[in-house]
Design a protein around this ligand. Structure first.
Ligand code: MTE
Length: 329
């Protein structure tokens, strides 16, 4: 997501260099061509030898009832599960979009606890099993927009993080919620790389965290989350750029100060605290006015116009009434 120069002169590649859309497209086209041709068998055997973190259909079932939350179920065509689980950003497992699916098998997701800390009446370590039972699972079909200019439509399974927040009872002074994700150098090969200060930290204002669309997510496509998508639990905030949705959460901290988030520390001029999807505020190095929907990336596919708050303006617009969104980007 950013260029960062290391002391030894190494320059972190730009996202376009990591896997440009063109390279990705070429790869997909090549795969399609090869699958249809004589080389198909060779390719198939290579693909099965590749140690995937988790392939579609291999996860335990986790279904949710249809959500009644306003905006929680777009009717747009779903991104294919295989695309959503093989084109990922999870920098703890590598920089290339295909790295997390290849490398995240080392992530150990059980036992798992989430520490609830800070300005809260019921702090403690909450076991994953208890979090799974805390509220009824819902299916939410969300548009997801990455800051790099691509988007997907994903059926997530989880419940509003507001349900958990209500249970642990924040103190009146709590104004923000910090979400801290796992940083285990033994199982995550790129923790220690200088791209970011680890652990990966994200944060929301209390009213954003309490918004019913903000999802504590345990599954997708009716299965538990694949490791590359942030197992065993992650956040999903559909009106913000994807990087706000921290994966593999281990700590939720209530605070009176705006959290220092991983990307806003790494490149403050490029990534702000709010990071609401906004076609009118460009990234300093590229426009945010349009997006490429993964799966529609054929030769003649047109880009889609990016919508204000990723199309969730009716639900969340009032959270930002009167704010200068160029300043609070
Ligand atoms: N969470 C952690 N811990 N590490 C990461 O590198 N990447 C973010 C976000 N959460 C990231 C993370 C970014 S940039 C995006 S776009 C989304 O996860 C991607 O989620 P997906 O791979 O499930 O689509």
């Amino acid at each position: 997501m950013l260029i960062k120069t290391r002391d030894d002169g190494y320059t972190h590649p730009q996202p376009s260099e990591i896997t440009s859309q063109a390279v990705y497209q070429d790869r997909r086209q090549l795969m399609r061509l090869m699958a249809g041709g004589a080389a198909g068998a060779v390719l198939a055997s290579w693909a099965t030898r590749d140690a995937r973190a988790q392939m579609p259909g291999q996860g335990a079932k986790l279904v949710g009832r249809k959500s009644t939350v306003s905006g929680a179920s777009t009717m747009e065509k779903l991104t294919e599960f295989k695309d959503a689980s093989s084109y990922n950003n999870f920098y703890e497992f590598g920089m290339d979009k295909s790295d997390p699916a290849r490398n995240a098998h080392t992530l150990k997701t059980a036992p798992w606890t989430v520490a609830i800390e800070g300005l809260v009446k019921k702090p403690g370590n909450y076991a994953l099993e208890d979090l799974l039972k805390l509220s009824a699972m819902e299916e939410r079909i969300y548009r997801m927009r990455c800051v790099e200019g691509w988007s997907m439509v994903i059926p997530w399974v989880g419940y509003s993080v507001a349900e958990l927040i209500k249970k642990v009872e924040p103190q009146p002074g709590a104004k923000y919620v910090e979400f801290v994700t796992l940083a285990d150098s033994k199982t995550m090969p790129y923790v220690g790389s200088r791209v970011l200060n680890w652990p990966y930290v994200e944060g929301l204002r209390m009213d954003e965290a309490m918004h019913p669309l903000t999802l504590l997510t345990f599954g997708m496509y009716g299965e538990v989350l694949p490791k590359q998508n942030g197992a065993p639990l992650r956040l999903v905030v559909p009106w913000k750029y994807g990087f706000k949705s921290g994966k593999s959460l281990v700590k939720i901290r209530f605070t009176d100060k705006q959290p220092a988030t991983a990307w806003s520390v790494a490149a403050p001029q490029e990534y702000g605290f709010y990071s609401n999807v906004n076609p009118l505020v460009d990234h300093p190095r590229w426009s945010q006015a349009a997006e490429r929907r993964i799966g529609e990336d054929g030769l003649f596919a047109k880009k889609r116009k990016t919508l204000m708050f990723n199309g969730y303006e009716p639900q969340v617009g009032q959270l930002y009434a009167g704010m200068d969104l160029k300043k609070y980007y």
